[in-house]
Design a protein around this ligand. Structure first.
Ligand code: NAD
Ligand code: UDP
Length: 315
C-alpha cells in the first residue's frame, strides 16, 4: 500500500483518479482549495478510512509524508482560469515549485498534469511531443498555457539539477461525469443545453476540432505513467486520437439526448485553437496505453450523469 497525494483531488479528473488509486489498494490524500472542485465530487469517498481530504492552496508549501505525488491542482476551463489570471500562473509556477520541493525531500515520483495547450494553436498536426508549440504569450489563454509551459520547465530542471523523479503527462481534452455544470467547457455545456432544450452555443463556425478522451481512459494512462520506470520522464501525450469538429459533437449530443435544441453561433474566443489531435505513439510504445472508450459510449455515460443531476434539481 502506497500513500499518494493528489492535488486538485476534489476536481473533475482528480476525483476519478482518487477513486481509481484507492480501488488499487492505496491510501490517498486529496489536497484542494475548492476553487473549481467540490466536496460533492468526493463525498462518497469520505467514509473510506484510507481517504483524507485536505483544504489547502498549493501556492503555500505542502508538508506531508507520501510515496507518490500527482499534481492536478489548476483550474482547467478557460472561463475559470481567466477569472484570476495571475492566480492561475501562481498555481502552475509557485504550486509546482512547492510540490517539486516536496518530491525532492521525499525522493518521491511526481506527475505533472500538463496539457495539450502547451502546443497553443498548433501548426503541426497531429501534435507530437517534439513540437514546441505556437502559444501567444500575451493573449487571454497565456496565463494557463504559459503557466503550464513554465511548470514543464521547472519539472525538467528539478529532474536535471536535483534528480527528482518526474513524469510530464500532456493531457488532451477530457470529459465525463463530475465536470461542474458551470465549468464552461464544450462537452458539459452542450449536454446541459441539450437536456434543457436550450440553444447549443457554437463558438465560431464550429469547424474547429478537438479529440475527446473519456476520463476513465485518462486515469488509467496517468497511473501507468506514474508507475513506469524512473527513466520515463515524458512528456507523453495522453489523449484519444479520434478527432471531431465542434459541430459534429453538437450533432451527436443532440441525437443521443433526443433534444429539440437549435444551434446558436457565437463569436470564436481569441486564440481558440483551430485543430487539435494527439499523436499517441509514445503512450502506446512506452506505457502500453491507448484510449479505448469511443465518443458515443463516453457521451452516454456523461449524459446519464447530468440527467441524474437534473432529476435531483441540481441543474
Ligand atoms: P478542475 O477545475 O475540475 O480541477 C482542478 C482542481 O484543482 C479543482 O478541484 C480546484 O479546486 C483545484 N485547484 C485549483 N487551483 C488550486 C490551488 N491553487 N491549490 C489547490 N487546489 C487548486 O479541472 P480538471 O479538468 O479536473 O483538470 C485537472 C488537471 O488536469 C488540471 O491541472 C488541468 O490543467 C489538467 N488538464 C485537464 C484537461 C481536461 O480536459 N480536463 C486537459 C489538459 C490538462
Ligand atoms: N466551445 C463551443 N461552445 C461552448 C464551449 C466551447 O463551441 O459552449 C468550443 C471552444 O470555442 C473550443 C472547443 O469548443 O473551440 C473546446 O472548448 P473547451 O473550452 O472545452 O476546451 P479547449 O478550448 O480548452 O480545448
Amino acid at each position: 500500500m502506497k500513500r499518494i497525494l493528489v492535488t486538485g483531488g476534489a476536481g473533475f479528473i482528480g476525483s476519478h483518479l482518487c477513486e481509481y488509486i484507492l480501488e488499487q489498494g492505496n491510501e490517498v490524500i486529496a489536497l484542494d482549495n475548492f476553487f473549481t472542485g467540490s466536496k460533492r465530487n468526493v463525498v462518497h469517498l469520505l467514509s473510506n478510512p484510507y481517504f483524507e481530504l485536505v483544504r489547502q492552496d498549493i501556492i503555500m508549501p505542502v508538508f506531508m509524508e507520501v510515496d507518490q505525488i500527482y499534481n492536478l491542482a489548476c483550474p482547467a476551463s478557460p472561463i475559470h482560469y481567466q477569472q484570476n489570471a495571475i492566480k492561475t500562473i501562481k498555481t502552475s509556477v509557485m504550486g509546482s515549485i512547492n510540490l517539486l520541493g516536496l518530491a525532492k525531500r521525499l525522493n518521491a515520483p511526481i506527475l505533472q498534469a500538463s496539457t495539450s495547450e502547451v502546443y497553443g494553436d498548433p501548426e503541426v498536426h497531429p501534435q507530437t511531443e517534439e513540437y514546441w508549440g505556437n502559444v501567444n504569450p500575451l493573449g487571454p489563454r497565456s496565463c494557463y498555457d504559459e503557466g503550464k509551459r513554465c511548470a514543464e520547465s521547472l519539472f525538467v530542471n528539478y529532474h536535471e539539477q536535483n534528480n527528482v523523479k518526474i513524469k510530464i503527462a500532456r493531457i488532451f481534452n477530457t470529459y465525463g461525469p463530475r465536470m461542474m455544470p458551470n465549468d464552461g467547457r464544450v462537452v458539459s455545456n452542450f449536454i446541459i443545453q441539450a437536456l434543457k432544450n436550450e440553444d447549443i452555443t457554437i463558438y465560431g463556425d464550429g469547424k474547429q476540432t478537438r479529440s475527446f478522451q473519456y476520463v476513465d481512459d485518462l486515469v488509467v494512462g496517468l497511473v501507468k505513467m506514474m508507475n513506469s520506470d524512473d527513466s520515463v520522464t515524458g512528456p507523453i501525450n495522453i489523449g484519444n486520437g479520434n478527432e471531431f469538429s465542434i459541430i459534429e459533437l453538437a450533432q451527436r449530443v443532440i441525437a443521443l439526448t433526443g433534444s429539440s435544441s437549435a444551434l446558436k453561433f457565437l463569436p470564436l474566443p481569441t486564440d481558440d485553437p483551430i485543430q487539435r489531435q494527439p499523436d499517441t505513439r509514445k503512450a502506446q510504445e512506452i506505457l502500453g496505453w491507448e484510449a479505448e472508450i469511443q465518443l458515443e459510449q463516453g457521451l452516454r455515460k456523461t449524459i446519464a450523469y447530468y440527467q441524474q443531476m437534473q432529476q435531483d434539481g441540481l441543474l
